[in-house]
Design a protein around this ligand. Structure first.
Ligand SMILES: [Zn+2]
Length: 166
């Protein structure tokens, strides 16, 4: 049985037995919104910032996408990272959001994922390249399904090319 506010709970580095419990514990909430299948843009708007972060953590695991540091509400709180920066035409969809530590998020600025991953590796960090590639593919599929977001399409395609040939 879940007890609220298990902030600081240690989550195993590999697939947690119960991702949902881990997510809830991380976010310190016990009434997480249930969704069936992929959320649509219309029901995403009903999720508040915490609920959106809980969805991201459940999808990708509680680690910074740029340095793999464990994210933890008290010691290393997650921040929302836009895969395609908003100024590059990135949509405000869950598919364009990743979890990152505050340090990496601040330092990245508006750099592209491929270029920032290169910098992170140069600084001895361990970016989650597979998660970034999966996110780019998911975003590309969402754009194909929903339409629009024209400006971000070539950006996403070129990022995928750069990351896949590494
Ligand atoms: Zn980080």
């Amino acid at each position: 049985m879940f007890h609220g506010h298990l902030v600081g709970l240690r989550i195993p580095p590999r697939k947690p037995q119960s991702p949902q419990t881990a997510t809830i514990a991380l976010m310190g909430r016990n009434n997480r919104t249930q969704t069936n299948g992929a959320p649509s843009p219309s029901n995403e708007r009903q999720l508040n910032r915490r609920e959106r972060m809980a969805e991201i953590i459940e999808r990708d695991g509680p680690y910074c996408v740029w340095c793999s540091a464990p994210l933890n509400l008290t010691l290393n709180p997650p921040t929302t990272e836009h895969l395609v920066p908003r100024i590059k035409g990135g949509p405000s969809w869950l598919e364009n959001e990743l979890a990152a530590c505050k340090r990496c998020n601040n330092e990245r600025g508006h750099q592209s994922p491929a270029s920032w991953i290169h910098d992170c590796e140069g600084m001895g960090r361990t970016p989650r390249v597979d998660i970034v590639i999966a996110a780019l593919e998911r975003l590309q599929n969402a754009i194909t399904e929903r339409g629009g977001i024209r400006r971000a399409r070539p950006y996403i395609a070129s990022q995928l090319r750069r990351l896949r040939k590494r």
